[in-house]
Ligand binder design. Sequence first.
Ligand code: M6R
Length: 611
Amino acid sequence: MCGIVGYIGREKKAEKVVIEGLYRLEYRGYDSAGLAYVEDNKIKVVRAKGAVSGLDKKSSNIQPQDLAIGHTRWATHGKPSEENAHPHESFKGELAIVHNGIIENYKHLKELLMDEGYIFNSETDTEVLANWIEHTKLKRDLNLVDAVHEALKFVHGAYAICVVEPSAEMIVCAKKSSPLAVGIGDDSFIIGSDATPIIGRAKEVIYLEDNQIAIVTRDKLQVKDIDNRDTGFFPEKLLLDLQAVEKKGFESFMMKEIHEQPETIADCLRGRLAAAGPEIALGGIEDVMPRLLRAKKITIVSCGTSWHSALIGKYLIESLTRIPVEVDYASEYRYRKPIISNDDVVVGITQSGETADTKAALEMAKGKGALILGVVNVVGSSIARLSNAGIYTHSGTEIGVASTKAFTGQVAAITMLAIKLSHRLGHIDDEKLMDLKDALAIIPDQVQEILDDSAAIESVASIYANYDDFLYLGRGINFPVALEGALKLKEISYIHAEGYPAGEMKHGPIALIDESCPSVFVMPHDDSYEKTVSNLQEIRARSGKVIAVTDKEDKNLTEAADAVIIIPKTEPELTPLLTTIPLQIFSHKIARIRNKDVDKPRNLAKSVTVE
Ligand code: M6R
């Protein structure tokens, strides 16, 4: 997600404070970064695609400054690139701007500006905003503050902005629907899209209200309302613990990340579902679509949780496109002498983009001529770079070692890929495509509904916190969700948990069942529901406890199961995005009851860069 940092003060350290602030905002996820400062009455802009470290390197020769604004961008309008990165300077050099949010009427404003002779260097709505403010300023001979105020009256959408001009007297900030904070330091003001860049540099902070404009000079802060009247401001004490702020009041990063999923899934879907026409827009694979559509076979390689999203991908791609899909553990694929040809498509799914096994497997396949697609969270990571094409999941930085929001991001991305291929190949018509897109669009709200009911899920977890063995069961697309549920529980609570296809139970694992080994069934009302109910009865008949995750009240199930967790209804193809959520909450609660460090489970690393 985009991030903003600004500094204005008596000390000449603005560029350092801004870059450090941008590093701190890396956890939000981004694809490019930039900063602007003023030298010899001219605005200077430095921008870099990829990591903040790239911008840091490019900025190493900047003379010490007392004013700078910076930004980490997460692409909405226009691809990730240096040209589209912020800050954007206006056409006539009157100002530079950083912006979080989306300007909904930017096309209309752009047309008006083009009629006035404005030329644009990027595809962004932000450059339009920069030029719109400049145009208002020059046309009506206004100062910067009044120009921002007047220009914003014609702007629809969401924004948090910081604007600077060549006189370098002030930073003008404004916000609507996107957050913006101003930290009040001893001899400086630090601006942030959240408090993280401000911590340690200011003891007090104000959080701007919608439609307010803050005028920040070296020694004064002034806040005005929509009518350009001075409103004063009420500073709050700033928590000095960076981690506590980053955790946003949640007891762990993992819980924070579980609760971020409505937002992160929406971020993954954003722009892609809203494409013109019925299509799903996956810009990163458009160039290789012809090759994808002729694929005779798709192989997905990955590890751990990412392997579970690969399995979900297999169910979806095969059923929706009829293209055969193989799923392999990356560590196995490398060494089993797989048959790879020029026609093959090999997909790597990875949160970090640095997993050594996945990277080596993809390198090997690439060497044999396969087309490599990366489904990756970390922008600019090794696997993102080695892939020929790909889909970023845009889940933001995941700090908890146990993957949660990155998993649902992967599932959302692979689901969109399967639906897109299916439509292009003519297996689903426009109507079915629209049904799936509509259903996808409300998934973030449905995830929120489940999260709002966390207490009920946690109370079920409390009952089972002292059991030492669990089975997780499901059929079809629910089986990989069961695997993921079991992995989450074992990773963070060290309880023995196994995922199994529910129909496979009777071939062996049922021997484990007695009253001390509960089973968690993932069983929305899809084609496999009735058969899964029968499997559940087999467990009950052997005194096994049963917890069922389903999507509709069913009297028979309520009677048969010890606990039933109900999630909202969606299309059968999309249930993994919902059934996963209660399993995450369930594991987290059990691990906390057992007093485990859920964010840093023993023996595990966030990014596994060894073979
Ligand atoms: O970064 P990757 O997605 O490639 O990581 C793969 C696995 O190491 C990772 O999913 C691991 O299983 C997590 N701890 C799961 O919670």
